[in-house]
Design a protein around this ligand. Structure first.
Ligand code: NPW
Ligand code: K
Length: 504
């Protein structure tokens, strides 16, 4: 798994490295600037050959300093490079100042950044205005920097597109969109959240030699990109009961499809047995639809409590199509009282949001899987903070929101969306990077299958955060594997191919 850092974590990493005396800020800046050039030549090999024209926009901090290094490297290759600087050159921080002075000492000019400073045919626009030091919304007229005649070939953002908050991925005021973003040492949280997909373009991360300090556990960030626990996913020998038994509760007649999807997902992800718990009125409907799944009549909460006394049932799923009546709330209370690992999805999230007693009954074996609307019902104040327009950076992020939610609920929270975040009550956090290929997951029933995947993995004995993170990754993997036209039913059916691709 790869760490994704906040701006503050990156700063402290840099500080520890510099304090070791083994590297200077100027050396890091040189590696950063050189790394951007290497990355852009790898991305656009045509730029490697022959002189081209570049405009480098430098800001008032060290991001601007990287810009001066890039300008120098390109000029040394014979490029025609124009540098536009925002602010007063004498106020630049020390290392940026040094690179500014070096640029000027080589006889190059620096023009003030302002309206119309980018004009004509520009092969490469380098955005080195703001990086991890963005402290407030951008009020600069970014679009106005270009004249109507300006034609930009390629746009590269240094570290992060200017105006995008490195912690939250939210645009503060305005942002300069890039075709390629080159970041340093590790990606930042903001590259994967909220508005990032609209402005980052392709993302490359270059090594600037901070690895030894990143490995120092004290410097490691709690947020990581989701990876797959292949060892845990492989099925070991044993009979069906050694792979767990999941119980998925359906809603009433006419509302059983969602739970059936979840149950199919739980079975495909490897639970040994999956039983659908069905109210009597829906029994016929469900019986006509299932084969490998088992069916158990469960009329009410006391029936459910009796079923849950069976120690072979190792995980429960409730929520998909469950309904919002009193009986549904009683079933949630019964499952929570059993202490069994449980996925609480859809209607269960809504009911728990309405009832403080249910919320208080959540425990470490629970996984809440809210989408944005359900999250707002469960954690209204946290959601309101996330919704509010940010007036300073770093802004409150979806990761912050999910971590606060998990801490308050005392259980794992899967905050769904294109940038799904899985947070644990232990303060750990994992993010699933949004991808164009997974946009097809925005389809009815897709969340039910995800709930089923989590349930199946819980039933198999994975810990809640592991189960949730693996399920999210497999869900995305199915969408990627199936491609356009995906509907929810395809997800469980594509899982075997995804497993095969993983070498299971
Ligand atoms: N960490 C590392 O390991 C390495 C870091 N490196 C590089 O350093 C970058 C971070 O540098 P940084 O900290 O100097 O911040 P940066 O983004 O240049 O901006 C700060 C300046 O912008 C200003 N400002 C802020 N918002 C504004 C707004 N809306 N509108 C106008 N002004 C605004 C802000 O003003 P202030 O808030 O101080 O008033 C301050 O003057 C990082 O992204 C990477 O590229 C690499 O060189 C090597 C290794
Ligand atoms: K930038």
């Amino acid at each position: 798994m790869a760490e994704i850092l906040t701006a503050a974590e990156m700063r402290s990493l840099e500080k520890v490295a510099m304090e070791s005396g083994r590297v200077t800020g100027l050396e890091l800046m040189e590696r950063a600037g050189q790394g951007v050039c290497d990355a852009l030549f790898a991305q656009w090999p045509a730029l490697r050959w022959g002189p081209h024209r570049a405009v480098v926009l430098c800001g008032p901090g060290n991001n601007g300093g990287d810009g001066f290094v890039i300008a120098r490297v390109l000029a040394e290759r014979g490029w025609l490079v124009e540098v536009c600087l925002l602010g007063d050159p004498t106020s630049l921080p020390r290392d940026a100042q040094a690179n500014h002075d070096r640029w000027c000492a080589a006889g190059h000019a620096v023009v003030p950044l302002g309206p119309g400073c980018i004009t004509g045919a520009v092969d490469l626009l380098v955005d080195a205005l703001f990086g991890t030091g963005l402290t407030r919304p951008v009020t600069l007229d970014l679009a106005g920097l270009m004249t109507a005649e300006a034609e930009i070939g390629h746009r590269v953002a240094v570290d992060i597109p200017s105006g995008l908050c490195a912690d939250s991925g939210r645009i503060l005021g305005a942002a300069l969109a890039a075709d390629l973003t080159v970041s340093f040492q590790t990606a930042k949280r903001g590259h994967y959240l909220a508005d990032a997909g609209e402005v980052c373009g392709a993302l490359r991360v270059v090594d600037i030699g901070l690895g030894p300090w990143l490995d120092d556990r004290a410097a490691v960030a709690p947020a990581q990109l989701i990876g797959l626990p292949l060892e845990a996913l492989a099925k070991r020998r044993g009979h069906k009961f050694s792979h767990g038994h999941a119980l998925v509760l359906t809603g009433g007649a006419g509302r059983t499809g969602a739970a059936r999807l979840a149950a199919r997902g739980a079975l495909r992800v490897g639970a040994g047995l999956v039983t659908l718990g069905v109210p009597p009125a829906a029994q016929m409907e469900v019986a006509q639809q299932i084969t490998a799944l088992m069916l158990r009549r469960i009329s009410d909460a006391s029936d459910l409590s009796a079923v849950l006394r069976d120690s072979r049932i190792t995980a429960v799923c409730l929520g998909p199509g469950l309904g919002l009546d009193e009986g549904a709330a009683e079933k949630i209370a019964a499952v929570l009282a059993s202490g069994k690992p449980v996925v609480l999805d859809a209607d269960a999230c809504t009911l728990i949001g309405q009832d403080p007693a249910l919320f208080d009954a959540l425990h470490g074996g629970c996984v809440l899987t809210p989408h944005g609307g359900e999250f707002a019902r469960l954690f209204p104040d946290v959601a309101a903070r996330l919704e509010a327009k940010p007036d300073r950076g770093p802004a409150f992020s979806k990761i912050d929101a999910a971590m606060q939610a998990a801490d308050r609920a005392g259980c794992c929270v899967v905050f769904k969306g294109p940038d799904t975040v899985v947070a644990g009550a232990d303060g750990s956090c994992r993010v699933n990077p949004p991808e164009a290929a997974t946009a097809w997951l925005a389809t009815a029933g897709s969340g039910d299958v995800l709930a089923g995947f989590v349930t199946g993995l819980l039933a198999r004995g994975l810990a809640p955060v592991e189960a949730a993170a693996a399920a999210v990754a497999l869900h995305a993997g199915c969408a990627r594997r199936f491609g356009p036209g995906l509907i929810a039913e395809d997800l469980p059916e594509t899982l075997p191919a995804v497993f095969r691709d993983l070498g299971l």
